[in-house]
Design a protein around this ligand. Structure first.
Ligand code: AGP
Length: 580
């Protein structure tokens, strides 16, 4: 999603802004731009495509803002790239979020003689600020936010004004504190190179930043206190360490992540009659594994809800329900809205979140951090495994079996390392299949959410169409897709449904479908019905999802790499989805 960076200080802003935008690239974007004040003139450099392209020009000045855009309103183009100027070139704005009443505002502004230079919703903000300005930039922003409906974090600078002014309602914003310089960003990763001291801006707050001063106000203009937080991860954690892609590096970090996530402790009461898990994408598939685990281990009923559906379906939420949000970024707009709704209805909310102090982490009643560390690749890998480990821990905790389970979980790290040693053999399988256009993924029981996750990984980064089904559903429709051209990834560990899944594989083979089986080492019988086998280490049945995750990620990775896809920044995708 869109990224924002701002700088005010004594240094040249150009390189700081561009570097900051490079740190935000992982969020996904289609165009980028910066604006810098040079002798009371606003200069703009904005381009369609990569941040890299901004380096062809150098702007001069010590106050500036920058943006990476992920198109929502108006196609990706130079014209629709941020920042946006007002008509007199006095104000310039970058915006993240969606202005829902922009058409109405555009109409009003047009009647007042404003000509728009883009097709975006964002441009209305700069014209409103310009109209509302009567000698004080913060006051102009205060007036403007009263006219806006939607979600936003925006930042404005004025040609002859030594200040950045920003406002937040629903999209992330963080201030970085330096010595005689200050920063603003949508994400701490853009700030870590310069400072560890940050202030998280809350919803309905306006922040006024000079090079040696930060002031925060509510939307009524009242001054507010703030806390300075120290962030504890560094840039090195966000480098590739010699791996070709962040995604591969993050896949190989998983043994360490498992070790870290095992350390999580819960303080939650155990009095809930029902649990509802809300999440999106990969996090929701982790949630589905969580359902199987919590129901099986703790015998508490669990409902899984896609957050974007949950928020609009008038859900039944009881006061003694526990609503669990799972999110890597902690900024996903739909998951956040689902949590707000649950709180309104009086339920207890609990977050399994990776990014510390993110919006959802701060919104929920209680939070545990999943400890994956910064995840840069847009396709979630290590965050997923950390969510799984956290859900195992939660299930055992709710069942009062934490101590024995910790011993079992600790034995998993070497097994994950063993699964990673399959990398080269999986690459060979990928070489055989990377030209196919369609894939099926099947699994039963605990392996079904893994089939969903495997298919999502493949489509996200290789752009191959992949469908996932519970293996038992095949003959209710999807088996019609089976042919020599459509390979099936069959997840068939030696668990209680092994024979059932095996039967489904037989059905595929009978229809000449190619099968890549993910099976337990030593399973000789699977050879008769598989074209390729990825043998995973043997573990206690309930832990197979943790092990199966690895080959699914590696298979998707190598297929995408062979297709020369932009693995860390797949087309159309954003790392944190801060708009609904
Ligand atoms: C994962 O590979 C995806 N990029 C996506 O599905 C992601 O899991 C989803 O958008 C939820 O994000 P979150 O965990 O940050 O809330």
């Amino acid at each position: 999603m869109c990224g924002i960076i701002g700088y005010i200080g004594d240094k040249e802003a150009n390189d700081i802004l561009i570097k900051g935008l490079e740190q935000l690239e992982y969020r996904g974007y289609d165009s980028a731009g910066i604006a810098i004040i040079d002798n009371n003139q606003i200069r703009i450099n904005k381009v369609l495509g990569r941040v890299q392209n901004l380096k062809q020009r150098k702007l001069i000045g010590n106050i500036g803002i920058g943006h990476t855009r992920w198109a929502t309103h108006g196609k990706p183009s130079d014209r629709n790239a941020h920042p946006f100027l007002d008509q007199r070139n006095n104000f310039v704005v970058v915006h993240n979020g969606i202005i829902e009443n922009y058409l109405e505002l555009k109409e009003k502004l047009r009647k007042e003689g404003i000509t728009f230079t883009s097709d975006t919703d964002s441009e209305v903000i700069v014209h409103l600020i310009s109209q509302n300005y009567h000698g004080n930039l913060k006051e102009a922003v205060l007036k403007t936010v009263k006219e806006l409906i939607g979600s936003y974090a925006f930042c404005v600078i004025k040609n002859d004004w030594q200040e950045l002014v920003a406002a937040r309602n629903g999209s992330p914003l963080v201030v970085g504190l330096g010595k005689d310089e200050n920063f603003l960003a949508s994400d701490v990763s853009a700030l870590v190179e310069h400072t560890r001291d940050v202030i998280y801006v809350n919803d309905f707050e306006i922040v006024k930043i000079k090079k040696d001063q930060v002031k925060i106000y509510d939307f009524e203009g009242n001054k507010k206190d703030y806390n300075i937080r120290t962030i504890d991860w560094d840039l090195e954690q966000a480098q590739k360490d010699g791996y070709k892609h962040f995604m591969l590096k993050e896949i190989f970090e998983q043994p360490k992540v498992v070790e870290e996530s095992i350390k999580i402790k819960f303080g939650l009461k155990k009095e809930y009659s029902r649990i509802i898990i809300v999440a999106c994408g990969t996090a929701s598939y982790a949630g589905l594994v969580g359902k199987y685990l919590i129901e099986r281990i703790a015998r508490i009923p669990v409902i899984n809800e896609t957050a974007s559906e949950f928020r609009y379906k008038d859900p039944i939420i009881n006061k003694n329900d526990l609503i669990i949000a799972i999110s890597q970024s902690g900024e996903t707009a739909d998951t956040l809205a689902a949590i707000k709704l649950a709180k309104e209805k009086g339920a207890k909310t609990f977050g399994l979140i990776n990014v510390i102090d993110s919006t959802i982490a701060r919104e929920v009643d209680d939070v545990v951090y999943t400890r994956a560390g910064p995840e840069i690749g847009v396709a979630s890998t290590k965050a997923f495994i950390s969510q799984l480990v956290t859900l195992y821990k939660l299930a055992f905790y709710l069942a009062n079996k934490d101590t024995e389970s910790d011993d079992q979980l600790k034995r998993l790290k070497p097994i994950i390392i063993e699964a990673l040693s399959l990398n080269e053999s999986i690459k060979k399988i990928a070489e055989q299949y990377y030209t196919h256009s369609n894939f099926l993924y099947i699994g039963r029981n605990l392996s079904f959410p893994l089939a969903l996750e495997g298919a999502l990984k493949l489509k996200e980064i290789s752009y191959i169409h992949a469908e996932a089904y519970p293996a038992g559903e095949l003959k209710h429709g999807p088996i019609a897709l089976v042919s020599e051209e459509t390979p099936t990834v069959a997840i068939c560990p030696q668990d209680q449904v092994y024979d059932k899944t095996r039967n489904n594989i037989e059905e595929i083979k009978a229809r000449l479908g190619k099968v890549i089986s993910i099976a337990t080492i030593g399973d000789e019988r699977i050879k008769e019905i598989s074209d390729n086998i990825i043998y995973i280490p043997k573990v206690e049945e309930i832990f197979y999802p943790l092990v199966i995750t690895i080959p699914l990620q590696l298979l998707a990775y190598h297929i995408a790499d062979l297709r020369e896809c932009d693995i860390d920044k797949p087309r159309n995708l954003a790392k944190s989805v801060t708009v609904e």
